[in-house]
Design a protein around this ligand. Structure first.
Ligand code: SAH
Length: 273
């Protein structure tokens, strides 16, 4: 029986609230696994099992996969579809709300994330697994096309924002492939892409918390200069920040969206002193 027949047989109806847009195309699923670089040595976490179509292909290519699914209505479908995947397990729980320690109990070592994410919680899910743990090696995740562009933007791009800088701080981010909306069931009204974040927390050497507050401040009011935003949010005199920018050879009327991650790191280091 095909996987589509399987969900029909179980009278499953798609729930918009949970961001349910499934992928049944085997070629696409296999291409995603190939791009993700997972091997038989990898323990994998999936968020959003759906009908288990991706789960199954992860299981065939990885050491093991644990998949979280919020919708208990999918239980009979998943049970049947993953019957022969002994190295897979599905947990019916909210992957965003659950403490990360509970999720990580399922893994013996570091692990990789591969998922066609529920789009209504893309950013908080990504940030949770990038920031709250040091055990994630990489995330290869399907996101809305425009979100993917924002996550991977550089300081010359229109989509550049605080999230682009913060992700670049924690690792290397790239778009692996574009995916047309036509590949999903039901067809959503947005296109998608697969983004990969390879975690590398040693990339830059400054205080992460201060770095994040500097970046968030710099983008908080995009029409204001960096100096105006930072002096207000950090309660510092403008002269102090002018001096820092001068030492770094950065123009004193620069705006946050013109600075690179490296610039933000250098500014953070000077502010930390
Ligand atoms: N991986 C499947 C399904 C993707 S749709 C496929 O590619 O076909 C996203 C899935 O995430 C849905 O099955 C939805 O029910 C599930 N989901 C939504 N919110 C969730 C959450 N907070 N925790 C775990 N799963 C969630």
């Amino acid at each position: 029986m095909s996987e589509i027949d399987l969900i029909n047989k179980n009278n499953f109806t798609f729930n918009k609230k949970y961001g349910q847009n499934f992928i049944f195309d085997k070629n696409l699923l296999e291409a995603i696994i190939k791009d993700s670089g997972i091997t038989k040595d990898d323990e994998v976490l999936e968020i959003g099992a759906g009908a288990g179509t991706l789960t199954k292909i992860i299981a065939q290519n990885a050491k093991s996969v644990v998949s979280y699914e919020i919708d208990k209505n999918l239980e009979p479908v998943l049970k049947e579809n993953l019957r022969e995947c002994g190295n897979s397990a599905v947990v019916f729980s909210d992957a965003l709300k659950l403490p990360i320690a509970d999720i990580e109990k399922h893994f013996t070592g570091d692990y990789k994330i591969v998922a066609n994410l529920p789009y209504y919680i893309t950013t908080p899910l990504i940030m949770k697994f990038v920031k709250q743990t040091n055990r994630v090696k990489s995330l290869s995740v399907m996101v809305q096309k425009e979100v993917g562009e924002r996550l991977t933007a550089k300081n010359t791009d229109a989509q550049y924002g605080s999230i682009s800088v913060i992700l670049d701080f924690y690792g290397d981010v790239k778009i692996l492939r574009q995916v047309s909306r036509k590949m999903f069931v039901p067809v959503p009204n947005v296109d998608s892409c697969v983004v990969q974040i390879s975690i590398n927390k040693k990339k830059y050497d400054c205080n992460a918390e201060i770095f994040e507050s500097v970046v968030k401040s710099a983008f908080s009011n995009k029409r204001k200069t960096l100096v105006n935003n930072i002096s207000k949010d950090f309660n510092l005199s403008k002269d102090v920040i002018f001096a820092i920018l001068k030492e770094l050879n950065i123009s004193c009327d620069i705006r946050g969206d013109a600075l690179s991650t490296k610039d933000f790191v250098e500014i953070t280091k000077k502010l930390t002193k």
